[in-house]
Write a protein that binds this ligand. Structure first.
Ligand SMILES: Nc1ncnc2c1ncn2[C@@H]1O[C@H](COP(=O)(O)OP(=O)(O)OP(=O)(O)O)[C@@H](O)[C@H]1O
Ligand SMILES: [Mg+2]
Length: 270
């Protein structure tokens, strides 16, 4: 059963900007028809097909290990309803990535007021992240999937302190990756290391590093190839590149402990 649903964008989507930071893509909020007459509000992204593929595969893998990612969709939009700039065209429609709107602000929105970080808001966010039982897995997942874009606009936190992970367009080393970019042992940019790790003390860094290390059996048990195929990733990236991605992800599992410990400043010289 696919993780990523099919949807049709209904007329009336509005351009949407994150209030905390300038988001890069052309992003819209609108209504999508998700089948059997069900309509949902979603955030819809006008992005190139490789970025759509990254979103689809990363969301599929994250959801397969129970990480909190809003329900993802491949959405078709009539070019008369939405004038897209980057999306691939299928007949008279654009192929877009959509995720169900969880109606929750990003950390950037919570922390930045007129571009200035607010100390009380940083404390709130740091506590919410530390208390989330899955924080070690967030580090491990971003390391494994070579997600280079987990900045503060790409984690949402609701009033109940539950985080959501969004925006995986720059997973698998970047938005326009080529097979030659995929090196299983390489330390790619891990942005949690830049803004979240400094908010953790040494004991917390150690604990989350151990939790990321403990993911290895779970990741090894995933059938990445089958999950990708069920969610149409070969059609989005091409069979050859899909095969290379599966090999990259399979080989990279062994490096997750080292990648996560580096991201948590626990790298040891041995
Ligand atoms: N499923 C969702 N539910 C609620 N808000 C969302 C959702 N998806 C995205 N958003 C909001 O829309 C903003 C832009 O979405 P997203 O981060 O996916 O696009 P982007 O333009 O690629 O961002 P970036 O600047 O990181 O490249 C997010 O920062 C967030 O505020
Ligand atoms: Mg973003």
């Amino acid at each position: 059963m696919p993780t990523v649903g099919f949807a049709r964008l209904l007329a009336g989507a509005r351009s949407f900007k994150d209030q905390g930071i300038a988001n890069v893509s052309d992003t819209y909020r609108g209504q999508i028809l998700v089948g059997q007459g069900d309509v949902r509000t979603a955030i819809i992204k006008d992005i190139p097909i490789r970025e759509v593929a990254n979103e689809v595969l990363a969301a599929t893998l994250a959801i397969a290990i129970s990480l909190p990612v809003p329900p993802p969709f491949l959405a078709l939009a009539s070019t008369s309803d939405l004038a897209t700039k980057h999306a691939s065209k299928l007949g008279g429609s654009s192929l877009l990535f959509a995720s169900a709107d969880v109606n929750t602000p990003s950390i950037a929105q919570i922390v930045l007021v007129n571009g200035v970080p607010q100390p009380a808001a940083i404390d709130f966010v740091a506590n919410a992240m530390k208390q989330c039982t899955q924080l070690g897995e967030f580090y491990g997942f971003d390391g494994w999937a070579a997600n280079t874009d987990r900045h503060t606009g790409n984690v949402l936190i609701g009033p109940n302190q539950q985080p959501w992970l969004i925006d995986h367009g720059r997973a698998f080393t970047g938005e326009a990756w080529k097979p030659a970019d995929l090196d299983p042992s390489k330390l790619y940019r891990h942005r949690l290391k830049e803004w979240l790790t400094p908010l953790l003390n040494d004991a917390e860094q150690k604990r989350f590093s151990a939790l990321a290390t403990a993911m290895v059996p779970t990741l090894s048990a995933l059938d990445v190839k089958a999950l990708g195929e069920q969610n149409r990733v070969p059609a989005l990236v091409g069979q050859e590149d899909f095969n290379r991605l599966v090999t990259f992800l399979t080989d990279r599992i062994a490096f997750v402990p080292r990648i996560a410990s580096d991201a948590l400043n626990q790298a040891r010289i041995v």
